[in-house]
Design a protein. Sequence first.
Length: 333
Amino acid sequence: MPASSSPAFLSPEPGSSSSVFLPGVWSHSGPASDLVIRSDDGVDFHVHKDIMSMVSPVFKSMLQSYEDRLDLPDSKKVLDSIIYLIYFPAYAHERQLRTSADLDGIWEVHQATRKYELTGPRRILEYLLLDPALVQAHPYRLFATARLCTIPQLDMQAAMFTLEHPVCPPLSKFPELWHLPAEAFHNIYGFHHLCSERAEKVVEQTMSWRREKRLDDGVGTNRLFVWWQLQGGGHTDGCGAIVKDYAAGGHIQREMIPAEWFRRHIEAVALSVKGTPSANAAEEAALEVSPSGAAAISRCSACHQFASMDLEDYARQLRRAVEQSNDAVWKGL
Ligand SMILES: [Zn+2]
């Protein structure tokens, strides 16, 4: 079996023969093996009764009849992985899962750790799967793995990372897909869709945020965001907020409208967040002013002085608001 098709924490040189002896101390200077574990595809693993009984109550119970060989309903690949996790936990812990190929068969290994009540190996696996860099790179695949293995923390983490990508069907075919109920994918698409809708509304509502709020020190300032300061109050060339009168219900109503460059900026942020509704993406979009917006800011002395500072505060607040909105969607599912 080529090493590239095996999970990354498999023994470094997986045996290709039908008999696997543990490398290093266990097969040479360590005690001789006294138990053979045979995979469903006919590969024998030479291990130790004491060790298998110690790490797994299920093995302990199976070995009470003092058998010398256990025929297990698991593949060579799964057994290779769990035995590696049992015998070399420190090495396994240091391994990293990076590529899509690293994830092949992981869910079956995890299910085996549950079946045999291998608590330590299961924790190592979950630690490796929860690596944010891995989840960020393969959010749909990790979501499927989380559902198949029932790992709620990974479930939520993966779902949140899907929001960093525009929603699309998982065109890349991966094996987990065939074992997952269609309902799970409806859930994840529904989650993405709801987050998009709500995040867009959140952004629209931020149009009315008037004041700079310092989140880090909790001290507010009375200065309005620069885009809410009225025309003439330090702005140049017709820049700044305006007051508009309009008739409604027989009365004249007054409405304040922020500087034009900001209105256009918010429209762009709302559109961006609709596609990728993660808190990260929202913050980035809020900080990325279009070339025409940047030109308007640089033409105005007030905006030139305050816009970038105010946008940073605005972006941090928006990040929090979108994060809360997405959390609420997740909890409501
Ligand atoms: Zn201005």
